[in-house]
Design a binder for this molecule. Sequence first.
Ligand SMILES: [Zn+2]
Length: 444
Amino acid sequence: METCFDGPDLGQRCRSGPKPRGRDLLITGIRQMATPVPGDGPLYGRDLSAIDLVSDAALLIRDGAIVFAGPEDDVLRATPDADGLESLDAGGRVAIPGLVDPHTHLVFEGLRTAEFEQRIQGRDYLEVLASGGGILSTVDKTRKAPPEKLYQNALGYARRMAAAGTTTVEVKSGYGLDTANEVKILEVVRRLGHEIDLEFVPTFMGAHAVPREFAGETERYVEYLLAEMLPSVAQRRLAEFCDVFCEKGVFTPDQSRRILSEALALGLRPKLHADELSSTGGAELAAELGAVSCDHLVSVSERGMDLLAGNRTVGVLLPGTSLFLGKTRPAPAREMISRGVPVSLATDFNPGTSPLLSMQLVMSLACSYLRMSPAEALSAATINAAYAVARGSSVGALAPGRRADIVITNAEDYREIAYFVGSNLAWATLKEGVVIAREGTPMF
Ligand SMILES: [Zn+2]
């Protein structure tokens, strides 16, 4: 994947890549095609649930892009050479856009199963840290891991994501926390993008935590990040976005502003982990900086919601994280939707707080836990998730001109995807018209 740094929609500009793509394919036998209706930006308010449902549909793909999407009769009429095309019979199943996961920490070494068990037993976070757990334990192991090991780990997780219908994945660094190791992680992300048929969107997150060697000296670490890490990443063109964990006890709004402003000057667009554990003004800062997305938002203020809405910053909600941590208070999704925030969903896949790989499960949680409708969850996991990674005009909907990223699901009605909690309904996952997973088995 070529990494591009300007333009409103990075996906379209970064289309060229070394992977063989772009085939012609006719998909028939779609009982129901369910897709959000693209507008001129991320969907909000009522548009979030105004999805397009077409019965007995077909999709015509040429050169990896959708040419026709609509009633099968219309598509066949408009395709005189249909008999000569390679075809795929969906067998009366439901087709939706490929799922976009706009927030993951995919590249790391070391699961935290012991910490998981300790937390269940009631140990508090400080006890977990004292016994060698917590984010810095992942940093220790990731620093020691050779790139090949990190690549193989991430490849295994990416295979499971593709099998569950995900076609585009954002990946943050942030377990290196020094120049060499952050670069090492982002080079693994670049290699994944070159070698496998999923699209990976790289984000630099050196401000994920303060490393041990800077313990108690957050300000000094921020200076180091600004002077060395960020310029090194930008110069190597390893990331499209820069993210900061803006939270009490981690990075302040002022430190976050300095990091993200400098990143923007170097061509990395801002994202923010904000208002997760407490309301620190993170959403307000995201709007001020024109961030592409603002993520977590469990404790977002009313003013923060209004500013995100006014700025059309995508609010990325991560209900799997709340669930895994046993929290009873999820993000106020209904209020955000009614105030006009363009809401999206993501797994937050990471070894400490969300070992969750399936966007289908996230859609279920969004319905049951955030009280979003199945239609809202579909839009949030496709078109709005695409906008959260600046690919809103190229993926996230089944419409002419968009890339043929498609999931054909073992369902008769799209609502079953969220309804069958924890089941993988993906029958086939297609990336630019190429089948990358079939019946739960990845093809790479
Ligand atoms: Zn995260």
